[in-house]
Design a protein around this ligand. Structure first.
Ligand code: FES
Length: 102
């Protein structure tokens, strides 16, 4: 997927998972449109050291130490060793619902 297509299909929810925040830094959830009414959602917090990750070509990148994750949140370049935390989603014609853990 080309960068422009990825960025076009990705939308970032501005919700912060306050219990998941390790400091006063707020982390967002990224929702990527895979196809009509099918989204993948990941916590945009790097699993290496908790820095925010941002959308980049074909996925997400961490600005702290350069870890890269593909659009489903799987690690494709370290130093992070774990995938981004992902969440189940559902959607219809109007809404995308992201299910957060209790
Ligand atoms: S905190 Fe993201 S690569 Fe280190």
């Amino acid at each position: 997927m080309k960068r422009r297509a990825f960025l076009k299909s990705a939308c970032l929810a501005s919700a912060c998972l306050l219990p998941a925040c390790k400091s006063s830094v707020q982390h967002a959830i990224g929702a990527v449109k895979l196809e009509a009414n099918n989204f993948a959602a990941s916590l945009l917090s790097c699993t290496h050291n908790g820095c925010a990750v941002t959308p980049a070509e074909n996925g997400f990148v961490c600005s702290c130490h350069g870890a890269r994750f593909e659009h489903l949140g799987h690690v494709i370049k370290g130093p992070a060793k774990q995938d981004l935390t992902s969440f189940d989603t559902s959607s219809d014609q109007q809404f995308v619902t992201i299910y957060l853990p209790a």
